[in-house]
Design a protein around this ligand. Structure first.
Ligand SMILES: [Fe+2]
Length: 517
């Protein structure tokens, strides 16, 4: 054979092989052919006063560079175009299209779409950050396990027209393979199965897993209609992830982290940066500023082995690490915004669970309770600078909570529930979209008893609300006068059903000293 021809054939073979390696082939059956090649939908995120990131991904089995054009307008018919552009995309990023659109107007709703080979994507809706608004409303979500239920909470959010953005605090995917065996109660709640049927460890696994989630029509529609501000928690990588490993002390940790990080940046409408860091802040004029933290990969020390671990109180143990903590405190210290929002993975407030989890202290060790010295440094800064109006928003625990934000609720010298002494703001915790909570692990009667024990004033005097059995999200509404969390719970998750209701509200007034009903 002509050597040139042979070379061409080899190249063609390699190209085909490489193209087929982007995703597991089982994924294809979940896509809607009518949307091709935009089966994964469109998304937007990281709104700034003058810019926003728009995203799509082509579901292609080529390995050629491809061209995609995009347009953005102020109307739903895309007549009043404000910007257009063209992008070249590659198989090396699994045909991700991410455009950081600039020079936009603040607090403005925009519509956008993409075009490839004469085919249009669905039209997305997004919004830039407002600068002079009287009100800001964010929806706060976390923990969406595909196997644990249908994404009705995302569908509920998609119907709303009153949101500035959705803040996703992590566990966007779960890395596990298909649940088999294990607790009977959890198995009962497995309504569908993960692809691939194994734990994600390599790039192709993570890519496929995100692809499966994004082929879910309810999640896809939510992305189409709202800008997201995202951070990862542990399950985007592996359970109880920290900077040096996870619960399983994996040998290939650095490679796994790199694969998980790459897939995350390919799939999320997050602004690109050279370090692929999720640490960043957002400004909403003089009303609010928000710092998004990485409490997993940036600087987190390995979790303590037990409550008796002598290293537990050490100042050398970090959740954020020195660099990130300095950045956070510097930002908050200089902020002129009324509300200082901290977007964070795990419960920040001290939580006394000794009467509930006495046989499972590891649950506590993954929270800020497992990193007390660094937390104290943050509280000391708040107290020293007489800061108020701090609002921590949190995911991870699959349950709903509201706390007076204080360094030590059990020390009367630090905190007083009645007078609000020692309170710098509030912490609000979002339930899971679908991931199992108490009554899916233990009988409901045990869950109710746990709720009662948590709420006892002598155990947690700073606790102002908790719910351990329902799923959904909360909205955080900020005005110059108050910060209010409204919990919306969905009716069910074992089948597609978009019904959901407002079930609880808690707020703190500006310069207020307690979370109120
Ligand atoms: Fe979770």
């Amino acid at each position: 054979m002509n050597p040139l021809r042979l070379l061409l054939l080899v190249l063609l073979f390699c190209a085909k092989t490489q193209a087929q390696e982007l995703f597991y082939p089982e994924l294809k059956a979940l896509g809607e052919p009518a949307l091709a090649p935009f089966e994964f939908g469109v998304a937007s995120g990281d709104p700034l006063p003058d810019g926003v990131v728009i995203w799509t991904k082509l579901y292609l089995e080529s390995n050629q560079p491809e061209e995609v054009s995009w347009e953005m307008a102020t109307d739903t018919l895309l007549q009043n175009l404000v910007q257009t552009g063209e992008e070249k995309i590659y198989g090396t990023t699994a045909y991700t299209v991410k455009v950081d659109v600039k020079n936009l107007a603040p607090g403005t709703t925009y519509f956008y779409r993409f075009k490839h080979n004469g085919k249009f994507s669905p039209i997305g809706r997004t919004k830039t950050a407002s600068q002079n608004a009287d009100r800001l409303r964010l929806a706060v979500v976390s923990c969406a396990d595909y196997q644990g239920g249908y994404f009705n909470a995302f569908a509920h959010l998609a119907q709303r027209n009153d949101l500035d953005a959705i803040v996703h605090l992590g566990d966007y995917i779960y890395e596990y393979g298909v649940w088999r065996g294990g607790r009977k109660r959890m198995m009962k709640n497995r309504v569908r199965e993960h692809i691939p049927d194994k734990d994600c460890t390599e790039l192709k696994d993570y890519r496929t897993r995100y692809g499966q989630y994004r082929l879910d029509p309810q999640l896809r529609e939510c992305h189409r209609l709202h800008p997201f501000i995202v951070i990862w928690d542990d399950h985007e990588i592996a359970n109880n992830a920290n900077a040096t490993g996870s619960e399983r002390r994996l040998k290939d940790w650095e490679a796994r982290k790199a694969a998980a990080r790459q897939a995350y940046f390919e799939w999320m409408p997050i602004r690109e940066n050279p370090e692929r860091s999720i640490i960043r802040s957002f400004s909403f004029g003089n009303l609010a500023e928000m710092w998004m933290l990485d409490g997993r990969l940036e600087g987190r020390s390995r979790q303590a082995d037990s409550l008796n671990d002598p290293s537990l109180p050490s100042p050398d143990r970090h959740m954020l690490g020195q660099r990130q903590t300095d950045w956070l405190l510097d930002g908050i210290g200089h902020s002129e915004a009324k509300w200082k929002i901290i977007g964070n993975q795990v419960i920040f407030s001290p939580l006394n669970d000794s009467k509930v989890f006495d046989r499972r202290p590891s649950v506590r060790l993954d929270r800020w309770d497992g990193y007390p010295a660094e937390r104290q440094r943050i509280f000391d800064f708040f107290y020293k600078n007489d800061l108020k109006n701090i609002v921590v928003i949190t995911g991870d625990v699959h349950t709903s909570w509201a706390f007076d934000l204080t360094a030590d609720p059990l020390d009367p010298d630090v905190y007083d529930r009645k007078t609000g002494k020692g309170v710098v703001g509030a912490e609000f915790v979002t339930p899971s979209i679908t991931s199992f909570n108490f009554d899916e692990v233990v009988p409901k009667i045990v869950a109710c008893e746990a709720k009662r024990r948590f709420k006892k004033k002598k155990n947690n005097p700073h606790l102002r609300y908790n719910d351990l059995t329902r799923h959904g999200y909360f909205t955080l509404t900020l005005t110059q006068e108050r910060a209010q969390a409204d919990w919306f719970f969905i009716k069910r998750k074992d089948r597609v059903d978009v019904r959901g209701k407002l079930k609880a509200s808690r707020h703190i007034l500006a310069d207020g000293r307690k979370v109120e009903k």
